[in-house]
Write a protein that binds this ligand. Sequence first.
Ligand code: NAD
Ligand code: TDX
Length: 339
Amino acid sequence: MKMLVTGGAGFIGSNFIRFILTKYPHYAVINFDKLTYAGNLENLRDVEHHPNYSFVKGDILNTELLIHVMKDVDVVAHFAAETHVDRSILGADAFVQTNVIGTYSVMEAARQTKVKRFHHISTDEVFGSLGPDGYFTEDTPYDPRSPYSAAKAASDHLVRAYYHTHGLPATISNCTNNYGPYMFPEKMMPLFITNLLEGKKVPLYGDGLNVRDWIHVDDHNRAVDLIIHEGKVGETYCISAREEKTNREVTDLVLQKMGFGPDMIEYVEDRKGHDRRYAIRPYKLMAELGWKPAISFDQGLSQMIEWYKNNPEWWKRVRSGEYQNYYAKQYGQKTGITI
Ligand code: NAD
Ligand code: TDX
């Protein structure tokens, strides 16, 4: 089995590659990544010498390169995207380019090279914002409200169009907020943990009562693996560990686990168009594929905090933007094929 992972140097993609090479050491895994500010080959330092792992530095907008790299590839797992909502509010260009046109380009390459399976990683944010009640499922109509989620929604529609029009053997998953190791410290959880490790306050948006549904990245990746191997072509699967929390609740837990009090919270101006609540019911995934989450929020959060405590070089370099130089110096051309 030969698998191409786009965005494999990012948070979820790097954890996915580690998971796949551990579970299926005989699979050949190609990591195709542009190495934007969010992509970091250090995330894969422990697997980069695996005989079945290789890296290609490339932009998913480059269809020709993708077609070249996808020869003999059986499965494409498409993670590459611009992912930070706040950045999409500051400027949406890269979001439209990578998430919409980039997804079109990856699918076009997959269609031309006749891959056997194309899995598209998406988000619960395409469904919009919930009030205090109700849940998203596979049947919820799309109602994206940020430039990020609108671009992801457009990419989901394109994937379904390629399945119906061209018979692309595609599946889609829409997952809730991930957390875990190697998460870029601009997102709330790692930002708050690393701020506290540096003795800084944590900036909580608005009234802090927006709700997110949290899942450990390993539980997400186990679901993606199941969908790729056992999911039905043409289907969409919603993924959630059903761990709904207000941002204030998450903040309080982080503070408590790290030995700080609420005086370290700084309430700041709210995000524009801030979605109030996300929550998924993943009954289809559970009933049809037998998936269930294995890591509780409490356990996963403690592990995550430990990881950031034990890896200060990683997040300090990532926070300062230094890692790109670090990569150039330390890794150079040594990390498998680079075209
Ligand atoms: P990330 O920002 O950590 O990583 C994105 C990766 O994609 C980086 O390695 C980056 O270099 C790469 N990339 C960006 N533009 C590229 C391009 N044009 N060509 C090639 N590579 C490019 O993102 P993440 O949090 O790991 O998210 C991965 C996927 O999961 C995304 O599709 C995202 O929408 C989805 N998702 C994320 C979450 C979450 O909570 N983080 C939740 C649900 C779904
Ligand atoms: O400094 C902050 N303070 C704060 O209160 C930041 C960065 C965020 N927040 C709030 C906004 C959200 O309600 O915390 C919540 C989580 O914010 P983010 O970590 O930016 O995640 P979110 O906007 O929910 O989107 C994430 O989950 C779904 C990922 O970034 C997306 O890629 C994914 O699709």
